[in-house]
Design a protein around this ligand. Structure first.
Ligand SMILES: C[S@@+](CC[C@H](N)C(=O)[O-])C[C@H]1O[C@@H](n2cnc3c(N)ncnc32)[C@H](O)[C@@H]1O
Length: 347
């Protein structure tokens, strides 16, 4: 703790003195703090879990407990931080806070469903890669009873969670093992084997909201390892972005959260090819069984439709996310449309 405090003071002083040194030190600081994006997505689940309409409520009812005042300060740059301090209706009025909440609703429900299905079809191990503030080990304690669960994450984020989760959620389930990794440096296979992962057992892996933060070789190595280490019938549930989105982010750095991610030391660095996505995974030994574009009509139909048929987050009758009048410049809109056309909407 003391060493951490000394380093933090150094970072503040030197960071002001030189841009380059400041950039390096900000990254160093980012390595000592928990991943802010992991708190941000948990905050979006927390806000979404307050939705009164159960049909479009985020099922992660534990996320809200994890996001106390200290966690909200850590993500103060994101509107979700303030939104969580307000009554739900007021909090969701901020478009950036609400947009992330809608995205997380699709992601949480999709992954929850697939995890359930995998365990019900015989998976006896669950590996949560880049777990952040994932609560499934707690939420699915009953489903996962008698199964091994591994939460694999970077050291800084995991040590924060290991302090925070017991105080907010109670003792971790007895079947949960925490394992640290750097996907850019460590071999997942060795890390898992050391932790007690059994190669011959059917496993469900999740890699939620992580691949975009890992360098290409780390992503390939991780996927190859899953393909070779997992028993037949195992599944990997993950999300990813595409190269086109990364190009878009470089071209329009002031759009959305791009500069915030950079300032947090968590820029997006990897995307799968815009087209031939299934081929990318196949080359690494993985068959793509299902793909659901996060913003497409299928995801809206499955996960964002209220009992009365209206879509959560969209005006009645609209089929696409509402345009933010006056906020989207024509060149940005054109780039978004081009990206959609290039990827067939799968970005
Ligand atoms: C956006 S958060 C997602 C967290 C969680 N899966 C969720 O969806 O709530 C990204 C996560 O990836 C982890 N991560 C990013 N790069 C990593 C790396 N090179 N090695 C290990 N973990 C990494 C971070 O620590 C963080 O927990």
């Amino acid at each position: 703790m003391v060493a951490g405090a000394v380093v933090f003071r150094g970072v503040m002083r030197l960071g002001d003195a030189s841009g380059v040194v400041g950039y390096r030190l900000r990254n160093l600081m980012a390595n000592l703090l928990p991943s802010r994006t992991s708190l941000m997505v948990a905050a979006a689940r927390a806000l979404g879990s307050r939705e009164p309409d159960e049909s479009v409520r985020n099922p992660d009812y534990l996320a809200d407990r994890l996001l106390g005042p200290e966690e909200r300060v850590l993500i103060k740059e994101h509107p979700l931080s303030e939104a969580l301090g307000k009554p739900y209706e007021e909090g969701r009025a901020d478009p950036a806070a609400f947009g992330t909440t809608v995205m997380m609703l699709v992601r949480t429900k999709f992954i929850d469903e697939r995890v359930r299905a995998a365990v019900e079809s015989g998976a006896t191990q669950m590996v949560i890669l880049g777990a952040g503030f994932d609560t499934r080990a707690y939420r699915f304690a009953e489903l996962l009873k008698g199964k091994r669960v591994f939460e694999v994450d970077s050291e800084a984020t995991q040590s924060y969670k290991r302090r925070r989760a017991p105080e907010a959620l109670g003792d971790p389930p007895a079947n949960l093992t925490y394992v640290t990794i750097d996907f850019n440096r460590d071999k997942l296979g060795e890390v898992l084997r050391r932790a007690g992962y059994k190669r011959g057992e059917k496993t469900v892996f999740t890699w939620e909201g992580v691949s975009m933060y890992v360098a290409a070789e780390g992503v390939r190595e991780t996927l190859r390892t899953i393909a070779t280490e997992a028993a037949p019938g195992s599944v990997l549930i993950m999300d990813y972005t595409t190269e086109g989105v990364l190009e878009f982010m470089q071209k329009f750095p002031s759009m959305g959260p791009v500069s915030m991610l950079k300032a947090w030391g968590e820029p997006w660095v990897f995307g799968v090819p815009d087209t031939e996505q299934a081929e990318f995974f196949a080359e690494l030994g993985l068959d793509m069984a299902e793909k659901l574009p996060m913003y497409g009509p299928d995801s809206a139909k499955r996960y964002l439709t209220r009992a009365d048929g209206t879509i959560f987050g969209r005006p009645t009758g609209a089929t696409n996310p509402p345009p933010q009048a006056g906020q989207i410049q024509p060149e940005v809109q054109a780039a978004i449309l081009a990206l959609g056309a290039k990827t067939g909407g799968s970005w």
